[in-house]
Design a protein around this ligand. Structure first.
Ligand code: AMP
Ligand code: ZN
Length: 119
């Protein structure tokens, strides 16, 4: 698996930094965010180092599709069956702090709305 030795999420993939894992397969990993914004806050990442959604290659389409297709299962595993919000901050302008592509999955345990940023 291609990874970047300076990347915190690559270190999580490699088991060099601990994480609270939710789901893992050959291509993707989901774990709980260390500073949750709501009572449910998971991160879904490709195991391969992709810096951001602005740094993908055509050959990444399969893993990107897998991340999207698995979100519903990961949502169920964290108790977000009623719904959730997904956010992909992209590069500094988009508010991305960790330069390894990740989808934030955010929800609430009491069924209240996570809050709206758009719309
Ligand atoms: P972003 O601002 O979109 O790059 O989001 C990065 C997210 O990674 C933030 O929500 C952080 O709380 C989270 N984060 C940073 N380090 C860790 C870690 N070691 N384990 C879990 N989540 C982390
Ligand atoms: Zn990485």
């Amino acid at each position: 698996m291609e990874n970047n030795s300076n990347c915190i999420f690559c270190k999580i993939v490699a088991g060099q930094i601990p994480s609270n894992k939710i789901y893992e397969d050959d291509d993707i990993l989901a774990f709980h965010d260390i500073s949750p914004l709501r009572d449910i806050h998971a991160l879904i990442i490709p195991k391969k180092h992709i810096a951001s959604l602005a740094d993908t290659e055509n050959s990444d389409a399969e893993v990107l599709g897998k991340m999207m297709a698995k979100i519903k299962d990961i949502g169920k595993l964290v108790g977000a069956d009623a719904g959730f919000r997904c956010i992909i901050n992209t590069k500094e302008v988009g508010g991305q702090e960790v330069p390894h592509l990740h989808i934030h999955l955010i929800s609430t345990k009491d069924g209240s709305c996570v809050g709206k940023m758009i719309g």
